[in-house]
Structures are given as structure tokens and as C-alpha cells.
Design a protein around this ligand. Structure first.
Ligand code: DP6
Length: 328
């Protein structure tokens, strides 16, 4: 059975590459993707829903190379072809090109100190830049389908706002792509509480595959995650922040529980992450309406509404606050 994303790329007419630049925002899942039903096509076991991070993302330019060799730069620095980033970017470009050498320049605006991964925005921006460079006429959902091959969470980074990645059921992955949801919530805020910037010991890919394979608790995850995804979307559409926050936090903790039950156990959360959670829960018992979510790393992300901003920064003075709809 063919892969829908690869077939789409090979069947779409292309011109010779030209210089093209694109931007994609990073995103944080409010209801998580954790586990694949098909590794080769990068198909998830459940749908997920995210909020974009505004100006925090990746700017990528794809251009023909002038000296016949591939060149990859990251934040202005030339990378050797065998570094992980260059290898992944060039392997992804191989899906589009017919041996033509390319220059791929990526600049991430996510502060390094925020400790957030940039693979979601990186592959989304690279997909947009490659499609533009080869002048391929593709819709955003089609680009999302393609970005998914690079990294699942990248499928959700084509847009600003709330985005849902539908898991789909087709064997070739043709219906597994994301779409922008029609909800704007101007008061919605995110805070990043940085805990640790050390490079993570396991990529999310390795972590989710290990969990899927060995965790006895994983069996309960896909159905619960699918339910959570629906509850999160309903809560957003109804502006019910309490249900939204409670579901987001429970969903993240359930995902981390599946990892802790893996054999051997996998934990991205550190003692410091738990300390932030304890502080949050204490503040919440005193009336602060904020909820936490954590990904494959130790940092804690908080969601809250604009009028809680001062309370958040007084409890977490080092937190960085993001307004995901600013400028949109
Ligand atoms: C915990 O999208 O990085 O952030 O598809 O293997 O590249 P691959 O995984 P990736 O996993 C993201 C995992 C997560 C949850 C989420 O973003 O939904």
C-alpha cells in the first residue's frame, strides 16, 4: 500500500527550485499525541489538539545551491551533513527533489532558554518552504499531511490558533492531517516555566515507541486520549476554561503515567517539575485558575486567562508569558 503523503508529493507538478521563505509557529498540545499505529507513515493512535505559540517558531528558506553541494544552516551556523538536524532536513528534502542540491537555512525564534523542542515548527516551516520553492500547488491540509511525515506534531504547526490533528483511519494515512479550528480566544495565555535545558535523554519518538511497546498502562491511553481531544475541543468552543484546564492537565499527567509504567520506566519530569506542579496546585487551592501540561521534557507549561497573568508571574516570577493570538 502506497503512502498518501509520499504519493501526493510525487504526483504534484513541480518547477525547478527557487528561493522561498516560510514561517511556522511552534505549538503545545492541549490533548496529546503519544503512540503510533504505523511508524513508517508516522500515523498516530489518537487525535490531538494544540495551541500555536505566536512568534515562537521557525523561519526557513529553501533555495537552489550555487556550488552543487547541499548546505544546511541552523541559526546562522553551518552544519555538517552528518549532524542530526542536517540529516533529518535533507532526508525530508529528498522526498521533494530529484537530486538537485539545495540550501536550507533555518532560524528558530524560540528562545533557547525556554527549553522547548522546535521540531514541530521546524518541519512545518520546511514543508511550506519546500512546497513554495518547488512551486507546488497544495492546500494547507495537504501540507499538514506532508509535514506529519517529518514529525507528528509538525502537522499541527501550519497555522496560528487552535488546531486539531485527526488521527484518520485510512491505511495509507491519507486522512491523517490537521485542520485549523474556528475558535479565537483572545484572553487565552500560556506560560512556560523553565525547569531544565539539558538535552533530553530520549527523543519523543523513542520515548513513545518504548512506552507503546512495554507499558501495561498504555492500553488505556488511545481511547482516553481520543475522548479528551473531544472534551478539549468542546470546552474551547463553549469557552469553559475550567473543563478545558482540568482535561488538559489530566491528559498530560495520564500520558506521563503511561511512561512511568514503561519497562524500564521513562520519566521526562524531574523533581523540579513536580515542585512546580505542587506550587501550582497550592496556588489553585487559593483560587488561581491555571492548569499545567508537560511534554517530552521537564519544563512545565501553564494555561490561564489574561486576568490571571499578574498572579501567575507572582507565583512563577521566571515564567515567560505567551499570547498566542497577538498580531493574528
Ligand atoms: C509529547 O511529534 O516529536 O510533544 O512524530 O515521532 O516526531 P514524532 O513525535 P513528536 O511527538 C510529540 C509528543 C508530545 C505530544 C504532542 O505534541 O502531541
Amino acid at each position: 500500500m502506497d503512502d498518501a503523503a509520499r504519493s501526493l508529493i510525487s504526483q504534484t507538478p513541480k518547477r525547478e527550485p527557487q528561493s522561498f521563505s516560510a514561517y511556522a509557529p511552534s505549538n503545545i498540545a492541549l490533548s496529546k499525541y503519544w503512540g503510533k499505529r504505523d511508524k513508517a507513515r508516522n500515523l498516530p493512535l489518537n487525535s490531538s489538539l494544540s495551541i500555536s505559540l505566536g512568534e515562537w517558531g521557525s523561519h526557513t528558506t529553501v533555495a537552489p545551491s550555487e556550488d552543487g553541494l547541499d548546505h544546511v544552516t541552523l541559526n546562522g551556523e553551518s552544519l555538517a551533513a552528518d549532524t542530526a538536524f542536517a540529516r533529518k532536513a535533507l532526508a525530508f528534502a529528498d522526498l521533494f527533489r530529484n537530486n538537485c542540491p539545495l540550501r536550507i537555512d533555518t532560524r528558530n525564534t524560540i528562545p533557547t532558554a525556554a527549553g522547548l523542542a522546535s521540531s514541530a515548527s521546524g518541519f512545518a516551516a520546511l514543508t511550506r518552504a519546500l512546497c513554495g520553492s518547488f512551486d507546488m500547488e497544495l492546500s494547507e491540509p495537504e501540507m499538514s499531511l506532508i509535514a506529519r511525515i517529518g514529525s507528528g506534531s509538525a502537522s499541527r504547526s501550519l497555522w496560528h490558533g487552535f488546531v486539531r490533528w485527526n488521527m484518520g483511519t485510512a491505511e495509507d494515512g491519507g486522512d491523517s492531517f490537521a485542520e485549523l479550528l474556528p475558535y479565537r480566544w483572545d484572553d487565552f495565555r500560556i506560560a512556560i516555566v523553565k525547569v531544565d535545558t539539558a538535552p533530553k535523554s530520549h527523543s519523543s519518538r523513542d520515548g513513545m515507541n518504548h512506552t507503546t511497546k512495554t507499558s501495561p498502562l498504555f492500553a488505556a491511553w488511545p481511547a482516553q486520549a481520543e475522548r479528551d481531544c473531544r472534551i478539549v475541543e468542546d470546552a474551547i468552543s463553549e469557552r469553559d476554561f475550567k473543563i478545558l484546564g482540568e482535561t488538559v492537565e489530566a491528559n498530560a499527567l495520564a500520558m506521563h503515567a503511561t511512561m512511568q509504567a514503561a519497562r524500564p520506566a521513562l520519566s521526562y519530569l524531574t523533581a523540579q517539575s513536580w515542585q512546580v506542579l505542587e506550587q501550582l496546585w497550592q496556588a489553585r487551592s487559593n483560587g488561581l485558575e491555571a492548569y499545567a501540561t508537560m511534554d517530552a521534557g521537564a519544563n512545565v507549561k501553564l494555561i490561564f486567562l489574561q486576568d490571571s497573568t499578574d498572579d501567575i508571574t507572582s507565583v512563577f516570577p521566571d515564567a515567560t508569558v505567551i499570547d498566542p493570538f497577538a498580531g493574528q
